[in-house]
Design a protein around this ligand. Sequence first.
Ligand SMILES: [Mg+2]
Length: 306
Amino acid sequence: MLGCLYGQAIGDALGLGTEFLNKDEVLKHYPNGLSRYENIIQDAHRRRWHKGAWTDDTDMMLCILNGFDNGKFDILQVAKNFKDWADGEPMGIGAHTFKVLAMGDYVEKHDECSRLWWELSRKSSAANGALMRTSVVGLALDNVSEQAEAICKLTHYDPRCVGSCVIATSIIHDLIWNNKQLSYDEIKTIGAQYDDRIAEWIDLAYQSDDIAKLDLDETHSIGYTLRTLAAALWCYWHADSFEAGLLAVVNEGGDADTNGAIACAILGAKYGYNAIPRYYIENLHNEIEYRQKVNGFIALAINEKE
Ligand SMILES: [Mg+2]
């Protein structure tokens, strides 16, 4: 569990270094590749964060984590936590998430608010803002799909978003609680329950030997949930260590903090906390605060098993 939650924050923090850059810009700024927080360029976007700090992806993951009570996530509490976070000074909040959370009666009517913005987009909005924060849901002992669906729909109503969240959390859940890797066929079956458009992205991730084939820096659909899902699945199937996956996904640019957050949460669940190079843990900004929150949650989650 610790590996998953540290993976989330590390992928997010290092990914900020290439977020919104295309592959050529990544190479220009980081000729040898980005592998260290301290080398993150300080342009107008990035200098708002300390080097090694996580962004909105992990902020919102913590909103979910803080809603864990009595063995499950309290959906209304998570909605309140999202709203409180959005009403503060949220750095890097996504456009879709912002619109939904800005509605005055969001907490009481979260379902209507979320559906409304999806319908206003003519059911085309399928951003990765739910997938980026969902990893912790996979750590619950049971009813993971049901909880991942409900928490996704707090802001993202599209079935491609819901399917992305259920796939990612199911992978994490099976790695952590069942010591089992969900197969390609099992993942395809889950995807088909939500939306036919998910299948081609699973196939792309499975069949591509090189992560570059995913075109993660493609700008027309940056932030598309299925592209981010493909990045995470690519790492799940093809990265032979935590660090190899982290560096592969981050150095592709695009929505790199979000791609890194969910990809590395899965890699952390797969390879375990001890497989994460110490550098990335120790140099995470606010690491002590993060460890306390995460350990508090893990104690509660493990208690359920006993
Ligand atoms: Mg972010």
